[in-house]
Design a binder for this molecule. Sequence first.
Ligand SMILES: Cc1ncc(COP(=O)(O)O)c(C=O)c1O
Length: 415
Amino acid sequence: MKSALSDLAFFGGPAAFDQPLLVGRPNRIDRARLYERLDRALDSQWLSNGGPLVREFEERVAGLAGVRHAVATCNATAGLQLLAHAAGLTGEVIMPSMTFAATPHALRWIGLTPVFADIDPDTGNLDPDQVAAAVTPRTSAVVGVHLWGRPCAADQLRKVADEHGLRLYFDAAHALGCAVDGRPAGSLGDAEVFSFHATKAVNAFEGGAVVTDDADLAARIRALHNFGFDLPGGSPAGGTNAKMSEAAAAMGLTSLDAFPEVIDRNRRNHAAYREHLADLPGVLVADHDRHGLNNHQYVIVEIDEATTGIHRDLVMEVLKAEGVHTRAYFSPGCHELEPYRGQPHAPLPHTERLAARVLSLPTGTAIGDDDIRRVADLLRLCATRGRELTARHRDTAPAPLAAPQTSTPTIGRSR
Ligand SMILES: Cc1ncc(COP(=O)(O)O)c(C=O)c1O
C-alpha cells in the first residue's frame, strides 16, 4: 500500500498494477456457448437479415424491458436515429447535456436540434421542471437518459410531455436490467433504446435495440432498418441498413446468459468500493440503490475539490499512472462539445457541477476484491493528501489534464 506521494507512479514510483484496470472491460462469457451459437449460424448459412439468433435476442430483450416489441440494431446510435425518424420527429428535441455525445449527435445527424435542459442534482437525470421551461413551439419530443442505469423521473416527464403534446423517449443505453417501482427501464417511455456496445453490462460486440409497446412504431423501425423495404407507402428518406448480424446476436445472447452473474458481481464490487471509501471526506461513491434497481455497471465517485484540495482530472491522471484507467462519465457536458459549444442554451449549473466531479471506476467480472481495495487505497491517498499533491503537480508539471469527452468507454483504445 502506498503511503508517501513519492511512492506514486505519477511522481516516478512503480505502478501499482502491471495489468491495467479499465472501465468498460468486457464482462466474461461462456465461450463454448458463443462458439456453439456461431457454429449454428455458420451451419445454417443464415448470417443476417433477421435470423433466428437475432429473433431470440429480440425476444429476450423485450422480456427484460417488459414490452412487446424489440428491434435489434447495429448499435444504439443508429437505434436512436431510426426511432426519431420512424416517429416523425421534427424541430427541437429536449435532452440532458449530461450524457454521451451519441445522444445529441444521433438526432443532429438527421437534422433535429438537440436542446439541453438541466438535471436534478440528486439523480443526475433530466429535471422535469427544466424540461417544461425548455419547451418551444418547435419541440416535438423529450429524450431522457437513464444515466448510469438510474431510471428517469418518468411520471413527471410524462406529465410535462402530455401537457405540451410531446413524445417521450429514453436513451436507455446504460439501463438494461434496471427498474423503478417494479417498472423496468425500457417500459417507461413511448420507446427506449438500449446499447449493447462492448463496454456495456450485456454486449453484442456492437449492438442496440429499440423497445416499445407500439406495434406500428416497431414495424416502421423494423422496415426502416432494412432499407425501408416492406414499409407501406415507403419513407421520404428511403431507409437505412442498421440491422444486427447473427454473430452479434450470438454474442448478445451469450452475454445475456451471463447477465445475472454480472449484476451480482457488479453489485458486490459497488458495495466493496462504498465500504472502503465510506469515511473519506470529499469522496462520495454514488448510491444507485436509492434510485431503483440497478445493474451497477457504473461505479461513480464524486470528488469534491473544495474538501480534498484535488481536482477530479488530477485524480484521473494519478490513477492512470498506477494502471487504473478511470473515465469521467460524462465530462464535459455535451453543451461544451463540438458542434454544440458556443450555441445558446439554458443555464446548466447542476450539469456543470456534476460533470466537473464525476469519475467512473473499474468494475465488472474482470476485477477482483483485492484490486478494489487497492484502487480505494490510491483514491484515499489522493484525497487525504490532495492539497500537497496538487501543489507538487503544479510545481513539477503544469501540463493540461484530462482530455475532453472524445470517445465512448474504451477497452484500452479509443475508437
Ligand atoms: C448514454 C449513451 N447513449 C448512447 C450511446 C451510444 O451507444 P452505441 O455505442 O451502442 O451507439 C452510449 C454509448 O456508450 C451511451 O453511453
